[in-house]
Write a protein that binds this ligand. Structure first.
Ligand SMILES: NC(=O)c1ccc[n+]([C@@H]2O[C@H](COP(=O)([O-])OP(=O)(O)OC[C@H]3O[C@@H](n4cnc5c(N)ncnc54)[C@H](OP(=O)(O)O)[C@@H]3O)[C@@H](O)[C@H]2O)c1
Length: 261
């Protein structure tokens, strides 16, 4: 059975590891091509956009894809919406392999905001030194609050560089360890952290470090979920694919889809 995994996350790579060598499931992983040196999964990989809903639907039809797993980041809303539309158009089953959102623990000082512009606005009442861990594509709204000093951590350099008068750029890729995160907050005398509510383990240590230091975290809520069923575990996604493959017509690579739960 031909499968497309929309990737770019540790969960997608974990699912790819589970499926590598599986003779019944021929999966291809798709990456957007945003990072210069991506961690490549152990499966055939294609890189770059499809060209919107039409391009994705055409690719799925050409390849005879019988199931799609959307394992993209919870904030990658456009590709997820495209997957819903393209799969809906073709009748291809779609599963979301997502991460449970982080929830505040006792002692956390979280300020929940709906988007990045609201995150920037929330900083006005907070201290001067801000740790920005929101990725390199969403820095522009912070130009509205130029009086802060920003410590910006990204995997690849922002392009263009943010229009901020005072910032320090730190290039690094998770997973990050709790003690190292605490040391980073102390070294840079951070007063507040800004984070997306990405979930997962690779980048949550900054939240534990903020709690230990007693500083606030401006937490950007996720975009609303789509209609597809969601699992939080690569093993559950692999099992869903195995059930599809075992169902009558499932391995044929066509678009006949009996109702498999
Ligand atoms: N947003 C984040 O915070 C974040 C964090 C970590 C990793 N990532 C990963 O980085 C990638 C890009 O994220 P984004 O927020 O820029 O996405 P996005 O805004 O949802 O997508 C923008 C466009 O990029 C292309 N695209 C995105 N993911 C793709 C994939 N896996 N394969 C092929 N094309 C893809 C699609 O282009 P076409 O319309 O031309 O098909 C899509 O319309 C995703 O794969 C995501 O898993 C994102």
């Amino acid at each position: 059975m031909k499968v497309l995994i929309l990737g770019g996350t540790t969960e997608a790579t974990a699912l790819a590891r589970r499926l590598a060598g599986n003779p019944r499931i021929a999966a291809t992983v798709s990456l957007a091509g945003r990072t210069a040196n991506p961690v490549l999964p152990p499966l055939p990989t294609r890189i770059g956009g499809f060209g919107g809903v039409d391009g994705l639907a055409a690719w799925l039809a050409e390849q005879g894809v019988a199931a799609v797993v959307d394992a993209t980041h919870p904030f990658a809303a456009r590709i997820s919406a495209n997957a819903v539309a393209a799969c809906g158009r073709l009748g291809v089953p779609l599963l979301v392999l997502g991460r449970a959102p982080w929830t505040a623990q006792p002692g956390d000082r979280w300020i929940a905001v709906p988007d990045m512009a609201a995150a920037a606005a929330a900083l006005r009442g907070l201290g001067e030194r801000v740790f920005l861990t929101v990725g390199r594509q969403e820095l522009a709204p912070f130009a509205a609050v130029p009086e802060k000093h920003y410590l910006i951590r990204t995997v690849d350099p922002p392009d263009p560089m943010p229009a901020l008068p005072r910032f320090t750029l730190l290039l690094d890729r998770g997973p990050f360890a709790p003690d190292a995160e605490l040391a980073l907050l102390e070294e840079h005398r951070i007063d507040a952290v800004v984070s997306k509510n990405s979930g997962g383990t690779a980048t949550r240590a900054k939240l534990d470090a903020a709690r230990r230091r007693g500083i606030p975290v401006v937490m950007v809520d996720r975009p609303p979920p789509g209609p597809a069923p969601v699992v939080h575990d690569p093993a559950a996604a692999a099992a869903w694919l195995e059930r599809r493959e075992a169902a009558p017509g499932g391995g044929a690579g066509g678009h006949a889809h009996p109702p498999v739960p």
